[in-house]
Design a protein around this ligand. Structure first.
Ligand SMILES: NC(=O)c1ccc[n+]([C@@H]2O[C@H](COP(=O)([O-])OP(=O)(O)OC[C@H]3O[C@@H](n4cnc5c(N)ncnc54)[C@H](OP(=O)(O)O)[C@@H]3O)[C@@H](O)[C@H]2O)c1
Length: 259
Protein backbone atom coordinates (compact mmCIF):
# COMPACT_ATOMS: atom_id res chain seq x y z
CA UNK A 1 0.00 0.00 0.00
CA UNK A 2 1.51 3.35 -1.02
CA UNK A 3 1.00 5.95 1.68
CA UNK A 4 3.31 8.69 0.34
CA UNK A 5 5.21 8.90 -2.91
CA UNK A 6 8.88 8.22 -2.23
CA UNK A 7 9.69 7.19 -5.79
CA UNK A 8 13.43 7.26 -6.49
CA UNK A 9 14.23 8.54 -2.99
CA UNK A 10 16.84 6.95 -0.75
CA UNK A 11 16.37 6.62 3.01
CA UNK A 12 18.24 5.08 5.92
CA UNK A 13 16.43 3.44 8.83
CA UNK A 14 18.49 2.61 11.92
CA UNK A 15 16.71 0.04 14.08
CA UNK A 16 14.92 -1.45 11.09
CA UNK A 17 14.79 -5.06 12.21
CA UNK A 18 11.72 -4.69 14.39
CA UNK A 19 8.80 -2.58 15.57
CA UNK A 20 8.44 1.01 14.37
CA UNK A 21 11.65 0.99 12.29
CA UNK A 22 10.57 -2.19 10.51
CA UNK A 23 7.13 -0.76 9.73
CA UNK A 24 8.63 2.48 8.36
CA UNK A 25 11.17 0.52 6.26
CA UNK A 26 8.40 -1.50 4.63
CA UNK A 27 6.18 1.53 4.01
CA UNK A 28 9.07 3.57 2.55
CA UNK A 29 9.90 0.67 0.27
CA UNK A 30 6.26 0.25 -0.74
CA UNK A 31 6.19 4.00 -1.44
CA UNK A 32 9.03 3.62 -3.95
CA UNK A 33 12.16 4.37 -1.88
CA UNK A 34 15.42 2.48 -1.71
CA UNK A 35 16.04 1.83 1.96
CA UNK A 36 19.17 1.00 3.89
CA UNK A 37 17.97 -1.07 6.86
CA UNK A 38 20.40 -1.08 9.78
CA UNK A 39 20.39 -3.13 12.99
CA UNK A 40 22.25 -5.94 14.74
CA UNK A 41 20.05 -8.87 13.77
CA UNK A 42 21.01 -9.56 10.16
CA UNK A 43 18.57 -12.45 9.80
CA UNK A 44 15.61 -10.25 10.68
CA UNK A 45 16.95 -7.43 8.50
CA UNK A 46 17.26 -9.76 5.54
CA UNK A 47 13.65 -10.91 6.02
CA UNK A 48 12.70 -7.35 5.02
CA UNK A 49 14.03 -8.08 1.55
CA UNK A 50 11.26 -10.61 0.97
CA UNK A 51 8.92 -7.61 0.83
CA UNK A 52 8.35 -7.07 -2.87
CA UNK A 53 6.57 -3.79 -3.49
CA UNK A 54 4.25 -3.56 -6.45
CA UNK A 55 6.15 -1.13 -8.64
CA UNK A 56 5.15 0.60 -11.85
CA UNK A 57 8.59 2.17 -12.28
CA UNK A 58 11.34 0.59 -14.36
CA UNK A 59 13.76 0.11 -11.47
CA UNK A 60 11.87 -1.31 -8.48
CA UNK A 61 13.07 0.00 -5.12
CA UNK A 62 15.43 -2.15 -3.11
CA UNK A 63 16.02 -2.77 0.56
CA UNK A 64 19.71 -2.96 1.47
CA UNK A 65 20.85 -4.28 4.85
CA UNK A 66 23.84 -3.60 7.07
CA UNK A 67 24.66 -5.09 10.45
CA UNK A 68 25.81 -2.39 12.85
CA UNK A 69 25.75 -2.04 16.64
CA UNK A 70 25.13 1.63 17.38
CA UNK A 71 26.80 1.25 20.79
CA UNK A 72 30.17 0.40 19.27
CA UNK A 73 29.98 1.92 15.77
CA UNK A 74 32.84 4.32 15.02
CA UNK A 75 32.64 7.27 12.59
CA UNK A 76 34.47 5.03 10.11
CA UNK A 77 31.81 2.31 10.51
CA UNK A 78 29.03 4.82 9.81
CA UNK A 79 30.93 6.17 6.81
CA UNK A 80 31.41 2.62 5.52
CA UNK A 81 27.72 1.60 5.65
CA UNK A 82 26.50 4.93 4.29
CA UNK A 83 29.18 4.82 1.59
CA UNK A 84 28.11 1.31 0.51
CA UNK A 85 24.49 2.46 0.19
CA UNK A 86 25.09 5.80 -1.53
CA UNK A 87 27.60 4.12 -3.84
CA UNK A 88 24.80 1.81 -5.00
CA UNK A 89 21.82 4.21 -5.17
CA UNK A 90 23.09 7.79 -4.88
CA UNK A 91 22.89 10.27 -2.02
CA UNK A 92 20.23 9.91 0.66
CA UNK A 93 17.10 12.01 1.13
CA UNK A 94 16.91 11.45 4.87
CA UNK A 95 16.47 8.86 7.53
CA UNK A 96 14.82 7.57 10.67
CA UNK A 97 16.82 6.73 13.78
CA UNK A 98 14.65 4.21 15.63
CA UNK A 99 17.17 2.19 17.64
CA UNK A 100 16.20 2.05 21.29
CA UNK A 101 16.06 -0.18 24.33
CA UNK A 102 13.92 0.09 27.45
CA UNK A 103 14.70 -0.90 31.03
CA UNK A 104 14.10 -0.02 34.63
CA UNK A 105 16.73 2.14 36.36
CA UNK A 106 15.42 3.01 39.86
CA UNK A 107 17.57 5.70 41.46
CA UNK A 108 18.77 3.62 44.42
CA UNK A 109 19.36 0.33 42.61
CA UNK A 110 20.19 0.98 39.02
CA UNK A 111 22.67 -0.96 36.94
CA UNK A 112 25.07 1.66 35.60
CA UNK A 113 25.92 -0.37 32.54
CA UNK A 114 22.25 -0.82 31.63
CA UNK A 115 21.46 2.85 32.28
CA UNK A 116 24.31 3.91 29.98
CA UNK A 117 23.25 1.44 27.29
CA UNK A 118 19.70 2.79 27.38
CA UNK A 119 20.89 6.36 27.10
CA UNK A 120 23.56 5.66 24.48
CA UNK A 121 21.30 3.58 22.24
CA UNK A 122 18.57 6.24 22.07
CA UNK A 123 20.69 9.38 22.27
CA UNK A 124 24.38 9.06 21.35
CA UNK A 125 23.65 6.55 18.58
CA UNK A 126 21.27 9.09 17.07
CA UNK A 127 23.85 11.87 17.31
CA UNK A 128 26.52 9.72 15.65
CA UNK A 129 24.14 8.66 12.89
CA UNK A 130 23.04 12.23 12.19
CA UNK A 131 26.60 13.55 12.16
CA UNK A 132 27.56 11.04 9.47
CA UNK A 133 24.33 11.05 7.47
CA UNK A 134 24.12 14.83 7.04
CA UNK A 135 27.60 15.06 5.51
CA UNK A 136 27.47 16.44 1.97
CA UNK A 137 28.99 13.34 0.47
CA UNK A 138 26.11 11.19 1.78
CA UNK A 139 23.09 13.55 1.78
CA UNK A 140 21.39 15.42 -0.98
CA UNK A 141 20.27 18.95 0.02
CA UNK A 142 16.77 18.99 1.43
CA UNK A 143 16.95 15.74 3.40
CA UNK A 144 14.51 14.98 6.20
CA UNK A 145 15.55 13.25 9.42
CA UNK A 146 13.40 11.88 12.24
CA UNK A 147 14.65 10.83 15.68
CA UNK A 148 12.56 8.82 18.14
CA UNK A 149 11.58 10.47 21.41
CA UNK A 150 8.74 9.18 23.64
CA UNK A 151 5.96 10.49 25.84
CA UNK A 152 8.34 9.29 28.59
CA UNK A 153 10.58 12.25 27.66
CA UNK A 154 7.93 14.62 29.05
CA UNK A 155 5.98 12.41 31.45
CA UNK A 156 8.78 10.35 32.95
CA UNK A 157 7.73 7.07 34.52
CA UNK A 158 8.85 5.89 37.97
CA UNK A 159 12.20 4.09 37.80
CA UNK A 160 12.77 5.09 34.20
CA UNK A 161 15.13 8.03 34.49
CA UNK A 162 17.69 6.80 31.92
CA UNK A 163 15.10 6.14 29.23
CA UNK A 164 13.10 9.29 29.99
CA UNK A 165 16.22 11.50 30.08
CA UNK A 166 17.44 10.10 26.76
CA UNK A 167 14.08 10.84 25.15
CA UNK A 168 13.94 14.37 26.59
CA UNK A 169 17.51 14.91 25.34
CA UNK A 170 16.43 13.91 21.84
CA UNK A 171 13.71 16.58 21.78
CA UNK A 172 16.15 19.21 22.94
CA UNK A 173 18.97 18.20 20.60
CA UNK A 174 16.59 18.24 17.61
CA UNK A 175 15.94 21.95 18.17
CA UNK A 176 19.67 22.65 18.12
CA UNK A 177 20.42 20.32 15.17
CA UNK A 178 17.66 21.99 13.12
CA UNK A 179 19.59 25.27 13.25
CA UNK A 180 22.83 23.61 12.15
CA UNK A 181 21.68 21.28 9.40
CA UNK A 182 19.57 23.92 7.68
CA UNK A 183 22.91 24.88 6.12
CA UNK A 184 22.50 21.75 3.98
CA UNK A 185 18.74 22.56 3.63
CA UNK A 186 18.00 19.52 5.82
CA UNK A 187 15.08 19.24 8.24
CA UNK A 188 14.89 17.30 11.49
CA UNK A 189 12.04 16.48 13.87
CA UNK A 190 11.33 14.03 16.64
CA UNK A 191 8.31 11.81 17.17
CA UNK A 192 7.18 10.93 20.70
CA UNK A 193 4.84 7.95 20.86
CA UNK A 194 2.98 6.62 23.87
CA UNK A 195 3.63 2.88 24.43
CA UNK A 196 2.64 0.69 21.49
CA UNK A 197 3.06 -3.07 21.30
CA UNK A 198 6.46 -3.92 19.83
CA UNK A 199 9.31 -6.18 20.87
CA UNK A 200 10.65 -3.43 23.15
CA UNK A 201 7.38 -3.38 25.09
CA UNK A 202 6.90 -7.15 25.28
CA UNK A 203 8.57 -7.93 28.65
CA UNK A 204 6.22 -8.46 31.63
CA UNK A 205 6.82 -5.07 33.26
CA UNK A 206 6.85 -3.15 29.97
CA UNK A 207 3.62 -4.87 28.93
CA UNK A 208 1.95 -3.88 32.20
CA UNK A 209 3.06 -0.25 31.70
CA UNK A 210 1.61 -0.49 28.19
CA UNK A 211 -1.70 -1.77 29.55
CA UNK A 212 -1.91 0.97 32.19
CA UNK A 213 -1.21 3.59 29.52
CA UNK A 214 -3.72 2.10 27.11
CA UNK A 215 -6.43 2.53 29.75
CA UNK A 216 -5.88 6.30 29.47
CA UNK A 217 -5.62 6.42 25.68
CA UNK A 218 -8.81 7.92 24.28
CA UNK A 219 -8.23 5.95 21.07
CA UNK A 220 -7.24 2.68 22.77
CA UNK A 221 -4.02 0.70 22.23
CA UNK A 222 -1.84 1.62 19.25
CA UNK A 223 0.49 -0.25 16.93
CA UNK A 224 3.77 0.47 15.14
CA UNK A 225 1.69 1.33 12.07
CA UNK A 226 -0.13 4.06 14.00
CA UNK A 227 3.23 5.68 14.78
CA UNK A 228 4.68 5.17 11.29
CA UNK A 229 2.11 7.51 9.69
CA UNK A 230 3.59 10.59 11.38
CA UNK A 231 7.15 9.52 10.61
CA UNK A 232 6.38 8.95 6.93
CA UNK A 233 4.67 12.33 6.73
CA UNK A 234 7.71 14.06 8.26
CA UNK A 235 10.06 12.23 5.86
CA UNK A 236 7.92 13.23 2.91
CA UNK A 237 7.98 16.45 0.92
CA UNK A 238 4.53 17.33 2.33
CA UNK A 239 6.36 18.27 5.54
CA UNK A 240 8.83 20.53 3.72
CA UNK A 241 8.01 23.51 6.00
CA UNK A 242 8.39 21.65 9.30
CA UNK A 243 11.64 21.44 11.28
CA UNK A 244 12.89 21.50 14.87
CA UNK A 245 9.63 20.15 16.31
CA UNK A 246 8.51 17.25 18.44
CA UNK A 247 5.25 15.46 17.59
CA UNK A 248 3.31 13.36 20.09
CA UNK A 249 1.56 10.32 18.63
CA UNK A 250 -0.23 9.04 21.70
CA UNK A 251 -3.77 7.89 20.95
CA UNK A 252 -5.02 10.67 23.23
CA UNK A 253 -2.90 9.47 26.20
CA UNK A 254 -1.81 12.92 27.38
CA UNK A 255 -5.23 14.56 27.32
CA UNK A 256 -6.82 11.33 28.59
CA UNK A 257 -4.58 11.42 31.67
CA UNK A 258 -6.22 14.56 33.05
CA UNK A 259 -9.85 15.04 33.95
N1 LIG B 1 7.18 0.85 21.32
C1 LIG B 1 6.90 1.86 22.08
O1 LIG B 1 5.98 1.80 22.90
C2 LIG B 1 7.68 3.16 21.99
C3 LIG B 1 7.14 4.29 22.62
C4 LIG B 1 7.89 5.47 22.56
C5 LIG B 1 9.09 5.51 21.91
N2 LIG B 1 9.58 4.37 21.33
C6 LIG B 1 10.88 4.46 20.66
O2 LIG B 1 10.75 4.07 19.31
C7 LIG B 1 11.95 3.45 18.87
C8 LIG B 1 11.62 2.09 18.29
O3 LIG B 1 11.08 1.26 19.29
P1 LIG B 1 10.30 -0.09 18.98
O4 LIG B 1 9.16 -0.12 19.89
O5 LIG B 1 10.09 -0.21 17.53
O6 LIG B 1 11.37 -1.15 19.52
P2 LIG B 1 11.86 -2.55 18.94
O7 LIG B 1 10.77 -3.25 18.22
O8 LIG B 1 12.49 -3.24 20.09
O9 LIG B 1 12.97 -2.10 17.89
C9 LIG B 1 14.15 -1.51 18.32
C10 LIG B 1 15.14 -1.52 17.19
O10 LIG B 1 16.36 -0.98 17.71
C11 LIG B 1 17.43 -1.80 17.26
N3 LIG B 1 18.54 -1.70 18.20
C12 LIG B 1 18.52 -1.81 19.55
N4 LIG B 1 19.76 -1.72 20.04
C13 LIG B 1 20.58 -1.55 18.98
C14 LIG B 1 21.98 -1.42 18.84
N5 LIG B 1 22.81 -1.44 19.90
N6 LIG B 1 22.50 -1.26 17.60
C15 LIG B 1 21.69 -1.26 16.51
N7 LIG B 1 20.36 -1.39 16.57
C16 LIG B 1 19.81 -1.54 17.81
C17 LIG B 1 16.84 -3.20 17.20
O11 LIG B 1 17.54 -3.98 16.27
P3 LIG B 1 18.51 -5.22 16.58
O12 LIG B 1 17.98 -5.96 17.75
O13 LIG B 1 18.53 -5.95 15.28
O14 LIG B 1 19.81 -4.56 16.83
C18 LIG B 1 15.44 -2.92 16.67
O15 LIG B 1 15.45 -2.89 15.27
C19 LIG B 1 12.87 3.38 20.10
O16 LIG B 1 13.74 4.48 20.09
C20 LIG B 1 11.91 3.51 21.25
O17 LIG B 1 12.52 4.03 22.40
C21 LIG B 1 8.90 3.20 21.34
Amino acid sequence: MVTFDFTEKNFVVVGASSGIGRQVTLELSNGGANVLAIGRNLERLNELKTNSPVSLVKRPPKIFTEQLDVLTATPDDWAQVLGNFTGAVGRINGGLYSAGIWGLTPLHSFDTLLARKIFDTSFWGAVNFLQAATRKKFSDGGGSFVLMSSTAGDFAGKGLFAYSAAKAAIQSAVKSFAKEIIRGKHRINSVAPAPVKTEMMSGDYAASVGEQTASRQLLGPGTARDVAGMILFLLSERAAWITGQNFFVDGGYIVGSYT
